[in-house]
Design a protein around this ligand. Structure first.
Ligand code: DGL
Length: 266
C-alpha cells in the first residue's frame, strides 16, 4: 500500500517538488496544499506568515492523515521547521536552498542565489552562505515577479523573456569573470521556469534546485514510516483561496484531478 505524502506551498511552486518525488518513488499517494489565500509568501511579514502556515498545515494534516509532510517552499521552510516539528510527530521534510552544492560545483567561485525577496534576506540563508560558500562571491537576487510569472505559465500565459533578462541583470550584466557559473533556484516556483531561465543566461551556466534532494530524503523516510490506510484513495489538492479554471487545469496537469477547499479552522 502507498504512503501518503502531504506537500505544501503558497501556490503551484511546490508541484515542481511533487514531480521530483513522483519520479524517484512512484506509486505513493499525494495530497497537495495550495495556500493561495496567502499568496505570495515572499511578500508577507515573517510572524503573520508563520502563524498562518502552522494553522493551515495542521488543518491539512488532520484532513489528509499523511505519513510524511513536505514543506515544498523555501520562503516558509526557512522560518517554520522547528515550530512545525513541535506540533506534529510526523517526519517533516523542508527545502534548504542548494547553496552547499552550488559552492562545490562552482569553478569560478562565483554563485548566484535567486529567491523570493523574503528568502533572500533571511538569516537562515546568510547562515548557509557563511557555512558553505565562504570561499565564493555570492550574488543575490530576490524577485516576486518571477514567482508570478511561474504561476501565470502554469495557467497558460507564456513568460516574457525581456522581463526575465531584466530580472537577471544583476547576475549577467557584468564582466564574464564576475558572472556566476552556478545559480541556486531557491524558490520552488523557479524550476517551473527552468527553460526560460536557461535561455536567458550564458549556456554554460548551471541552474540547480533542491527538488532532487527532497525526493531522496522522502525515499529514505519511506522505509521508516507507515502506509496509508486509504488503500484506493486518490491524490487530491486542498486549496485555501479561489479556484478558477486555469488553476484547476494546472493541478490536473500535475496529477491532482480533485481540488477541494481547505475548511477554515474553528
Ligand atoms: N514557492 C515559494 C518558495 O519556494 C514562494 C512563493 C511565494 O512567494 O509565495 O519560496
Amino acid at each position: 500500500m502507498p504512503t501518503t505524502i502531504l506537500s505544501a506551498d503558497s501556490g503551484v511552486g511546490g508541484l515542481s517538488v511533487v514531480q521530483e518525488i513522483r519520479k524517484l518513488v512512484p506509486g505513493q499517494r499525494h495530497v497537495y496544499l495550495c495556500d493561495n489565500a496567502f499568496y505570495p509568501y515572499g511578500l508577507r511579514a515573517d510572524d503573520e506568515l508563520l502563524q498562518h502556515f502552522l494553522e493551515v498545515m495542521s488543518a491539512a494534516i488532520d484532513i489528509s492523515a499523511p505519513q510524511i509532510v513536505v514543506v515544498a517552499c523555501n520562503t516558509i521552510s526557512t522560518i517554520c521547521l522547528p515550530k512545525l516539528r513541535a506540533i506534529t510527530k510526523l517526519p517533516v521534510v523542508g527545502v534548504v536552498p542548494a547553496i552547499k552544492p552550488a559552492a562545490t560545483l562552482s569553478k569560478k567561485h562565483v554563485i548566484g542565489i535567486l529567491a523570493t525577496p523574503a528568502t533572500i534576506d533571511r538569516p537562515y540563508t546568510d547562515k548557509l552562505i557563511n557555512e558553505f560558500a565562504a570561499n565564493c562571491r555570492v550574488l543575490k537576487v530576490g524577485s516576486a515577479e518571477l514567482v508570478d510569472m511561474a504561476e501565470a505559465k502554469l495557467r497558460g500565459i507564456a513568460p516574457d523573456s525581456a522581463r526575465i533578462s531584466r530580472i537577471l541583470e544583476p547576475f549577467f550584466d557584468r564582466p564574464t569573470a564576475e558572472q556566476p557559473d552556478v545559480i541556486v533556484l531557491a524558490c520552488t516556483h523557479f524550476p517551473l521556469l527552468s527553460e526560460e531561465l536557461a535561455a536567458t543566461g550564458p549556456k554554460e551556466t548551471q541552474w540547480i534546485d533542491s527538488g532532487g534532494a527532497i525526493a531522496r530524503r522522502v525515499q529514505e523516510l519511506l522505509s521508516d514510516v507507515g502506509q496509508s490506510s486509504a488503500r484506493h484513495a486518490k491524490d487530491f489538492a486542498l486549496v485555501t483561496g479561489q479556484v478558477d479554471d486555469p488553476l484547476a487545469e494546472a493541478m490536473k496537469n500535475f496529477g491532482f484531478r480533485a481540488v477541494r477547499p481547505l475548511p477554515a479552522k474553528r
